[in-house]
Ligand binder design. Structure first.
Ligand SMILES: C[S@@+](CC[C@H](N)C(=O)[O-])C[C@H]1O[C@@H](n2cnc3c(N)ncnc32)[C@H](O)[C@@H]1O
Length: 287
């Protein structure tokens, strides 16, 4: 693994590090750049402007350059027609990966974001980057949005999914996608923040054998709730705005799907070590 380049370090992550007006400040920062016309239609320049804000003004909870490269390499290899991200924030991953999907010949990048203000920031920056033809920003809770897109026929399968939203919802949303047959053999998953802050229930699930998954479903009805292994800070990250998380504890997914999963180490844009879990659905067992 390459060293972290400290010149590129984001500002320190404060106690309150999002939803305090900085997302709108970012928009003003980007659009008031003297060379904004040069930035237009350039995903790389929009990303550079977002990075500049986070390095010189305020921390932003973006995937960042280093972990981002793990996923853009994956996009170049998988060549997804349809990619979905869970959690868009201000659009950094959406612009980086939407551009990579377009370059790889893909058709659609869905960015699912619950906070309508953040979703508006994503849409504005996606438009500036000239990615409006491929990116669709969907406002709402990820599980509702997945169900609605599926019911409308707008989403029939997911070639590549980037999970980067509420940490306890990674497993329940993956199971929902399995039940709707959106995730199936051939699908690939990239899950962010599996070291910082960590996601033991998700790692356990994607690394389990078919038998282990069947047993886990049989032995506990509450295994999908907000697991006690999450730190309180992680479990309550969106509490102030969204209230208590409502996760479907009864969701069983499709335990017959066979996954191959590996951890790829890297760094947060703040320099803190983290990793992306890359999971490939390689088949389905007989029931
Ligand atoms: C870590 S940020 C995403 C960062 C973004 N992927 C990037 O790298 O540029 C997490 C985002 O997930 C959103 N979020 C949290 N829970 C969600 C849910 N259940 N459905 C949709 N979005 C959610 C938050 O509002 C926040 O914007």
């Amino acid at each position: 693994m390459a060293e972290f380049d400290s010149q590129k370090k984001y500002q320190e992550q404060e106690e309150t590090f999002f939803d305090d007006g900085r997302e709108i400040e970012l928009l003003h920062f980007v659009y008031s750049k003297p060379d904004v016309e040069d930035v237009r239609d350039s995903p790389a320049k929009v990303l550079a402007a977002i990075d500049e804000f986070a390095r010189t003004k305020k921390y932003l909870m973006n995937v960042g350059e280093d972990k981002g490269r793990i996923v853009t390499d994956l996009i170049a290899e998988v060549k997804p027609q349809v990619m979905v991200e869970l959690g868009g924030y201000v659009g950094y991953s959406c612009i980086l990966f939407g551009d990579a999907v377009r370059k790889a010949g893909g058709r659609r990048y869905f960015s699912l974001e619950r906070n309508p203000e953040f979703a508006a920031v994503i849409s504005s920056l996606v438009d500036l980057a000239g990615l409006g033809d491929i990116v669709k920003v969907i406002v709402g809770s990820s599980d509702d949005s997945i169900r609605r897109l599926h019911a409308k026929g707008a989403l029939e399968n997911i070639d590549l999914m980037f999970l980067d939203h509420y940490k306890p919802a990674y497993t329940t949303d993956l199971k929902l996608c399995e039940e709707l047959k959106l995730v199936k053999p051939g699908s690939v998953l990239a899950a962010d923040n599996v070291i910082k802050p960590g996601n033991p229930p998700y790692l356990e699930y994607v690394r389990s054998s078919v038998d282990q998954k069947k047993q886990a479903n049989a032995s506990s009805g509450t295994v999908n709730g907000v697991d006690s292994r999450f730190a309180d800070r992680t479990a309550k990250q969106y509490f102030k705005r969204e209230g208590e998380a409502k996760l479907d504890e009864k969701r069983v997914g499709n335990p017959l799907l066979v996954y191959e999963s590996k951890l790829v180490h890297s760094f947060e844009p703040s320099g803190v070590p983290d990793a992306v879990e890359i999971t490939r659905c390689v088949g389905a067992a007989e029931s």
